[in-house]
Design a protein around this ligand. Structure first.
Ligand code: ARG
Length: 562
């Protein structure tokens, strides 16, 4: 069903071996105007080889080529334009989608290979930020896309559960904390204590020493410090679990920073053995001056390890545990330098797999044009934001479709879907404006619009009297042709979004498919009783299948009724 390939092969046979099929294939374009057909082959490159004018070559080829999948070929100056046979091609496309169903678009390109995805990774005892939401949503979509592309995906939540901030937190808890309050509302209370610490430390600098002391205690296994840490971690994880449950996202591993505590000595030793460590103000660093980068901090003056040290240990551990072919880090662009340093140090250590590590950065979430910040204790809990979206969706549904059964369930799919889609429809490097009302519009570039289009296609299929028996004979009208051509593109779209680590490619695709299907719906009487009815219904079914699968890759559910 790869017509580009077939077109290349047709051309090849008429050139009597004067070029390679692959070369021809790589030259084929899509014509600028659809009045010029579906495929275009520019003949310039062949002109030299054949010692003929490209116009002449195009003309000759157009008289020779004759294949069932082509309605005709036309020479348009130096171009050979191919017009696909709508009936033949639409029949093949619709049949294939209805046979393969949700497997349509799957590839075996990644078969037998593993990709690890480090995403979400919130920090214990701190609110789950908007940045973590972006990482979660993008990371999960990329994991789904990798699986569709044939890979085995390992979803890793690299929890921020270690670091000097725990010294601060323990200090603050011992000074001002109340057990019941933390139990009642862990994240809010722990974060309050954390903010309190910073306020007080400005006035009373000795608090910083206390915090360092407690972190040292924690690192050296002190019982009290470790009990508190464990408790803070558990309570935080319970809160995060609520968010993952709402988003319906699961992880293969919650090995966070603390997991690498007993693995870092070895890394530091290895750096030493490989002669990569140097002393700078008492701290141990890897110099990266030759690469025009600031040094990578490995160990502080007081012997404490750092974020980068733990990431080094994590990368080495993962390469041994998972034998990944690719390893993605879905983390905000503000950490770009950190990852550049990390990858470089691993390279210097002689790990050739360092080349398979990839930072997948993304932009900020803005509110009224400003960065949303959790600093200064103004906590917006993400769980509340998601619940607000679900409530709003519920209200919309109640006014638009009061008859709908299981409104709560659908509202959850719509509310959560709105947030996810709003994020993923933008190229990830862009900043995005957070506006719930905008996200939940029925019309426009929203998740709801796509979900609604999917539900519409399901409703048409319910209305169709006879069970659609797949007697597909093909379609000839131009509105359906536009839809068919988009459906045909789904496998390429998946490949592209994987290669670019860019879920927006799929979000934009499902939007376009929805728009063109709705145009089709407006122009063509799908249920009209004529010879093409069952083909039209099979087309509607194909659209339903692909929209549902596309949304699923993004992490969004597609209700059948809306
Ligand atoms: N916890 C970190 C943060 O919130 C993100 C961790 C990303 N993953 C990693 N391997 N460094 O900033």
């Amino acid at each position: 069903m790869n017509y580009r390939q077939q077109f290349a092969e047709e051309i090849y046979t008429h050139l009597q071996g004067l070029s390679e099929v692959d070369e021809i294939h790589s030259l084929i374009e899509e014509p600028k105007y659809n009045t010029h057909g579906d495929l275009a082959f520019p003949c310039f490159t062949l002109a030299k080889k054949l010692k003929k004018a490209p116009q002449q070559i195009a003309k000759e080829l157009s008289t020779k080529i004759d294949a069932p999948f082509l309605e005709k070929t036309v020479a348009e100056g130096p171009y050979l334009n191919g017009f696909l046979n709508k009936q033949v091609v639409s029949k093949q496309v619709i049949r294939r989608i209805n046979t393969e169903k949700e497997d349509y678009g799957s590839s075996s390109a990644g078969a037998g290979k593993i990709v690890t995805l480090d995403f979400s990774s919130p920090n214990i005892a701190k609110p789950f930020s908007m940045g973590h939401l972006r990482s979660t949503v993008i990371g999960n979509a990329l994991a789904n896309i990798s699986e569709k592309y044939g890979y085995k995906a390992i979803r890793i939540n690299h929890l921020g559960d270690w670091g000097t901030q725990f010294g601060k937190l323990i200090t603050a808890y011992k000074k001002w904390g109340l057990e019941e309050k933390v139990r009642e509302n862990p994240i809010k209370e722990l974060f309050y204590l954390y903010v309190m610490f910073h306020e007080q430390a400005e006035k009373h600098p000795h608090l910083e020493d206390k915090a360092r002391f407690w972190f040292k205690q924690l690192e050296s296994g002190n019982e009290e410090a470790n009990q508190l840490w464990k408790w803070f971690r558990e309570e935080s994880l319970k809160e995060f679990a609520k968010i993952y449950e709402l988003l319906d996202i699961a992880f293969d591993s919650y090995d966070g920073e603390a997991f690498y505590n007993d693995k870092m000595d070895k890394v530091v030793q290895e750096l030493k053995n490989k002669d990569l460590l140097s002393l700078s103000d008492g701290a141990e660093v890897v110099e990266l001056a030759a690469e025009n980068m600031p040094p990578c901090l490995i160990k502080k003056k007081d012997g404490a390890t750092l974020y980068a040290t733990r990431d080094l240990a994590a990368a080495i551990y993962r390469s041994r545990a998972y034998h990944f072919e690719k390893s993605f880090y879905i983390v905000g662009q503000e950490q770009r330098l950190h990852f550049e340093q990390l990858f470089l140090v691993l390279q210097k250590m002689g790990y050739d797999w360092a080349a398979s590590l990839k930072h997948v950065p993304f932009g900020f979430i803005l509110k009224d044009g400003k960065k949303m910040s959790t600093r200064k204790g103004k906590v917006v809990l993400l769980e509340d934001v998601i619940k607000e979206a679900i409530d709003l969706a519920y209200k919309n549904i109640k006014t638009k479709n009061p008859e709908l059964e299981n409104k709560e369930e659908v509202a959850k799919m719509v509310g959560v879907g709105a947030i996810i889609f709003h994020d993923l429809k933008n190229e990830r490097q862009n900043n995005i404006e957070f506006n719930l009302v905008e996200m939940l519009k029925f019309e426009g570039s929203t998740g709801l619009y796509v979900q609604y289009t999917h539900a519409r296609s399901c409703s048409i299929l319910r209305k169709a009297s006879a069970e659609n028996n797949l007697s597909v004979s093909g379609l000839t009208d131009s509105y359906s042709w536009t839809v068919i051509k988009i459906l045909m593109d789904f496998p390429n779209v998946i490949e592209k979004s994987f290669q670019q680590a860019e879920p927006s490619v799929i979000a934009k695709y499902v939007l376009k498919l929805s728009q063109d299907f709705n145009k089709y719906y407006g122009q063509v009487k799908i249920l009209a009783d004529d010879a093409e009815q069952s083909s039209r219904l099979a087309l509607v079914k194909s659209v339903a299948i692909v929209l549902k699968e596309g949304l699923k890759l993004l992490g969004i559910k597609a209700p059948e009724k809306l």
